[in-house]
Design a protein around this ligand. Structure first.
Ligand code: HEM
Length: 265
C-alpha cells in the first residue's frame, strides 16, 4: 500500500515565481530561505518557537536599567567558565604527582593555553563579583519579596555553589599557595559547629590531606557543582520568565498595569 505524503501548510509551500523575477534567487536569499525552512521544519515538529517567544518577548517594567543586566552577565561568566574549563580538562591531570606539571604544561606549551587558563582564572573572580553585585541589586530593588521569595532562595543556593566552585578550583594548580590555602580553608571548615568536622573529613576524603582530596575536589569542581549550577539556573530563569522582573523601587505603581509596563520587543 502506498502512503501519500501529507500536504504542507501554506507557509511552507513553494510560492509561484513573480513575473519578471530573475530565474534563480541570489545565493544569499537561497541561504536565508534554507535557514527559514530548517527552522520551520524543527518548529512544526516541536513548537519550540512558542517556548522561545514565551521566554524572550515580554513586557518589562518602566525604569528597567543597566543594573538588570547583572544576572545575564553572571550567566555569561558561568558559560565562559564552562567552555574554558572543558579545554583545560583536556590537558589537566588531577594526580598529586602530575597536577602541577600539567598546569605548567598548559601555560607554557599548549597553543593559547596561557590565554585560556588566564580567562578561566580571572573569569572565576569576575563571576563571584558579578553574582554578588546581582544579589545586591535584587536585594536593594526589593526583588526578594512576594512572589519572588523562592527565586531568592534558588539564588542563595547559586551563590553557595559559586563559592564552592572557587574553593575547589583553587586547589587544582597544586602549587604551594593553592595547597596551603586549601589546608587553611578545610581546617576552618572543621571548626564549624556540629557538622564542621564531618564536612572537613568529607572534603579531605579522610583524616589526611592527600591524593583523594585532589581527585575529590576535581570531581566536585568539574562535574558535580557545574551540573548543579546548570540545574538551579534553569529553575532561576524559569521563575524570572514566569514572574517577570521587579520594577525599580522609585517607579510608583499606577492604577492600570499597562501604565507600569511598557512593551519592549
Ligand atoms: C550563578 C548565579 C546567578 C545567575 C546566573 C543569575 C541570573 C539571573 C538572571 C539572568 C536574572 C534576570 C535578569 C535580572 O534581573 O538581572 C535573575 C533574576 C533574579 N535573581 Fe539571579 N542569578 C544568579 C544568582 C542570584 C543570587 C545569588 C540571588 C540572590 C540570592 C539571585 C536572585 C535573583 C532574583 C530575586 C531575581 C529576580 C529579579 C527581579 O525580579 O527583578 N540570583 N537572575
Amino acid at each position: 500500500m502506498r502512503l501519500s505524503a501529507p500536504s504542507l501548510p501554506p507557509r511552507l509551500r513553494r510560492q509561484p515565481r513573480k513575473p519578471g523575477a530573475s530565474p534563480q534567487p541570489a545565493p544569499l536569499d537561497q541561504v536565508k530561505e534554507g535557514a527559514v525552512s530548517a527552522v520551520d521544519w524543527v518548529d512544526e515538529r516541536t513548537s519550540l518557537t512558542g517556548a522561545a517567544r514565551w521566554v524572550m518577548f515580554r513586557k518589562v517594567p518602566r525604569g528597567t536599567n543597566w543594573f538588570y543586566t547583572l544576572g545575564s552577565a553572571s550567566m555569561f561568566a558561568f558559560l565562559s567558565q564552562a567552555v574554558t574549563g572543558v579545554f583545560l580538562a583536556m590537558y589537566y591531570d588531577p594526580s598529586v604527582t602530575h597536577a602541577y606539571e600539567s598546569a605548567r604544561y598548559i601555560t607554557n606549551e599548549v597553543f593559547l593555553g596561557e590565554f585560556v587558563r588566564g580567562m578561566h582564572k580571572w573569569g572565576s573572580t569576575v563571576m563571584v563579583v558579578l553574582v554578588f553585585l546581582h544579589m545586591a541589586r535584587t536585594f536593594f530593588f526589593g526583588a526578594y519579596k512576594y512572589p519572588r521569595e523562592l527565586n531568592w532562595l534558588v539564588g542563595v543556593v547559586l551563590v553557595i555553589l559559586t563559592m564552592v566552585m572557587s574553593l575547589t578550583g583553587y586547589l587544582l594548580p597544586f602549587d604551594q599557595r593553592s595547597y596551603w590555602a586549601t589546608i587553611v580553608a578545610v581546617n576552618i571548615t572543621g571548626t564549624g559547629p556540629v557538622v564542621g568536622p564531618y564536612l572537613a573529613d568529607l572534603m579531605r576524603g579522610g583524616a589526611e590531606f592527600g591524593a583523594t582530596t585532589l581527585s575529590r575536589f576535581y570531581a566536585i569542581h568539574m562535574l558535580l557543582v557545574p551540573g548543579a549550577i546548570a540545574a538551579m539556573l534553569g529553575a532561576h530563569l524559569y521563575l524570572v520568565a514566569k514572574l517577570g522582573t521587579t520594577a525599580p523601587p522609585w517607579v510608583k505603581p499606577h492604577h492600570s498595569e499597562s501604565a507600569v509596563f511598557e512593551e519592549r520587543v
